[in-house]
Design a protein around this ligand. Structure first.
Ligand code: COA
Ligand code: AMP
Length: 635
């Protein structure tokens, strides 16, 4: 028997033009497309070529015109600023966005110009993003937890005319000055922006450089509201940098038309949200989840989105999520499993839940890392509602595999994000690019073309796009995740196949951390490995070999490299552990055996690699790991 999911899935693969052409009817276009799927320049597929559209118009203005002007568009809930709650109706959001867009235009920002947004979780971050979209500028949001160096790298690549930032961000127990980080980044970067616009926050206003740093409040008060500008559906809406194998992040590009169509489609079909309902993605605007599900998709769909400036625990307690759900009548919450592990650790019996009325709450969605069965079952028991794992990546912009709750509810299998979502022809391949039998692990790939909303390329780097994603398995997009599909077609994601690790749902590059460690004057060579952690999923551990003749105490050097990663990448890297070793295990051709080190640290069975240069080194690594609480299990 073929259910609605199977029918939709088959149609999306067999007739992508029909499937996505129909979904596109829900979007307001200035000009309709010549082609739904344009495959005239493979492997660069484009969606809705010839069409003209505006993303901000579809997120904001059209809802006002359709009578939703008085409905809440954005609810800002900020326990870290003394329980501030501020609601923006669609009409208010339109006014704020139009004025901010006008302020950008007054600084000479126009179609195609880049604007970096480096902000904490405040509604002005959304206003800045939508303001860019309104005038056809391309935003690039940089996560506020990244340090100056990471920001500088992004400034050089995106070359923004203007940077929008805030005077400070607020973590649970400390105020983070953004301005010195921003100034440091601009100083380090070769490319210099024309101006900055700074949101002054009362918790810690910044000193502005006259003529260069503009005050958000002043420029918006002085600006004339700007109207929506038609752009090509294929024009870039944003660049979002994400970790790759090296310290040089990849600039994932998102277009306007395909993104609108796909994200709007997901709100009902995957998340089962109707216009007017409240959807909460407890992530950060600096990550893809924030772009897609704090900002764009809920607004495209006429829903209400929540901007939460707080944490699952500590603001003030492990009942924070239940408080927000109850207070704002949230229907579905989307967060990372690590947030639930944090709650479970503090309130193992979910007692605090009893203090709140969760009657509007229907579904919990989890993504960003694998949902371990323990966390899944704990959340299911505590909530007595469906808990839905779904799998996606910055590159894909929306779920590759999900239980499409608005289409058809499929049985949940612990450890699996269910089946490929419509649009995604997922196949598990071996090295020869052949599908492996069901149940066997291989490289998870997606047969081209990717559906709308996924990356068309990397910013200014078609070559890297092809090399990173399309070369290893010709005709396919390589997800860099390994895993398998079971007999029922459920997908299981097991591990990354590259040097990317996942720390508390944050994607980080071990290669990037190695580049920092290598800069230490006493370090000859180094390796960073992601080891399993029951709370954050993975944690980075560094191994450093010192230059000969260095006699300084190891603890001092370890302390210094830890601080260097914090200063250059940011606290979010959670790089707190490193050990000094005499040598690193390598293959005879000189490749560091990071995978073997990781298995030893994770107490997984491991075999002596046939190509190892000197097996004795692994004993030394094991001993070093034992000194920081990790040990081996040898097969
Ligand atoms: N600005 C500045 N610093 C930040 C930051 C930001 N926006 N976000 C995090 N940091 C800092 C934290 O304060 C912490 O600093 P510390 O080393 O001094 O303690 C460090 O970066 C690590 O942060 P994090 O990994 O978030 O750990 P945490 O212990 O502060 O919180 C969780 C753990 C689980 C509560 C938190 O990671 C979380 O809510 N994660 C799930 C939701 C999510 O955002 N997922 C992302 C994709 S869906
Ligand atoms: P990001 O680009 O930050 O969204 O990280 C994407 C990576 O996170 C994926 O390639 C996976 O390795 C991992 N990931 C995201 N969601 C899941 C999930 N539901 N299950 C397993 N891994 C996931």
């Amino acid at each position: 028997m073929t259910g609605p999911y199977e029918k939709a899935y088959r149609r999306s693969i067999d007739d992508p033009n029909g499937f996505w052409g129909e979904a596109a009817e829900a979007i307001s276009w200035y000009k309709k497309w010549d082609k739904v799927l344009d495959d005239s320049n493979k492997p660069f597929y484009r969606w809705f070529t010839g069409a003209e559209v505006n993303t901000c118009y579809n997120a904001v203005d059209r809802h006002v015109e359709a009578g939703r002007g008085d409905q809440a568009a954005v609810i800002y809930d900020s326990p870290v600023t003394g329980n501030t709650v501020r609601t923006y109706t669609y009409s208010q959001l339109k006014d704020e966005v139009a004025r901010f867009a006008g302020a950008l235009a007054a600084q000479g920002v126009g179609k195609g110009d880049r604007v970096i947004v480096y902000m904490p979780m405040v509604p002005e971050a959304l206003i800045a993003m939508l303001g860019c979209a309104r005038i056809g500028a391309v935003h690039s949001v940089v996560f506020g937890g990244f340090a100056a160096h990471e920001l500088a790298v992004r400034i050089n690549d995106a070359q923004p005319k203007v940077i929008v930032s805030a005077s400070c961000g607020i973590e649970v127990n400390r105020v983070i000055d953004y301005k010195p980080l921003l100034d440091g980044a601009i100083e380090q970067a070769q490319f210099k922006p024309h101006k900055t616009i700074i949101l002054q926050r009362p918790q810690k206003p910044a000193t502005l450089k006259p003529g260069f740093d503009l005050d958000w409040a002043e420029v918006t008060a002085a600006a004339a509201p700007a109207d929506c500008v038609p752009v090509a559906a294929t024009d870039p809406l944003y660049i979002l940098y994400t970790s790759g194998t090296t310290g040089e992040p990849k600039g994932v590009v998102r277009d306007n038309g395909g993104h609108l169509v796909a994200l709007n489609w997901t709100m009902k079909n995957i998340y089962d949200i109707d216009p007017g309902e409240v959807f909460w993605a407890a992530s950060d605007v600096g990550w893809v989840v924030g772009h897609s599900y704090i900002v764009y998709a809920p607004l495209f769909h006429g829903a209400t989105t929540i901007v939460f400036e707080g944490k699952p625990v500590g603001t003030p307690d492990a009942g924070a999520f239940w408080r927000v759900i109850a207070q704002h009548k949230v229907k579905a919450l989307f967060t990372a499993p690590t947030a639930f592990r944090a709650i479970k650790r503090e309130d193992p019996n979910a007692k605090l839940m009893g203090n709140y009325d969760l009657s509007h709450f229907k579904i919990l969605f989890l993504a960003g890392e694998r949902t371990d069965p323990d966390t899944l079952h704990w959340a299911e028991r505590a909530l007595d509602r469906p808990v839905i794992d779904h799998w996606w990546q910055t590159e894909t912009g929306w779920a590759i595999a999900a239980n499409c709750m608005g289409l058809e509810v499929l049985p949940v299998k612990a450890g699996s994000p269910t089946k490929p979502a419509p649009g995604w022809d997922v196949q598990v391949l071996d090295e020869a690019c052949k599908e492996v039998p069901r149940g066997q692990i291989g490289a998870i790939c997606v047969k081209l073309p990717l559906p709308p909303g996924s990356l068309p390329t990397l910013w200014n780097n078609d070559e890297r796009y092809i090399k990173s994603y399309l070369t290893e398995f010709p005709g396919y997009y390589a997800t860099a995740d390994a895993g398998y599909m079971d007999e029922d077609g459920y997908v299981y994601i097991m591990a990354r196949t590259d040097d990317v690790i996942n720390v508390a749902g944050h994607r980080l590059s071990t290669g990037g951390m190695e580049e920092v460690l290598a800069q230490h004057p006493d370090v000859a060579e180094c390796a960073v490995v992601g080891v399993a952690d029951s709370f954050k999923g993975q944690l980075p551990v560094g191994f450093v070999v010192l230059k000969s003749g260095v006699t300084r105490p190891h603890e001092e050097i370890v302390k210094e490299v830890v601080q260097m990663v914090r200063d250059q990448i940011g606290a979010v890297a959670a790089f707190k552990q490193a050990v000094v070793v005499d040598r690193l295990p390598k293959t005879r051709s000189g490749k560091i055996l990071r995978g073997t080190i990781q298995k030893i640290a994770d107490k997984e069975p491991w075999k002596m690699p046939a190509t190892i240069d000197d097996p004795a080194i692994l004993d030394e690594i094991k001993e070093a790991l034992e000194t920081i609480g990790y040990a081996e299990a040898r097969q």
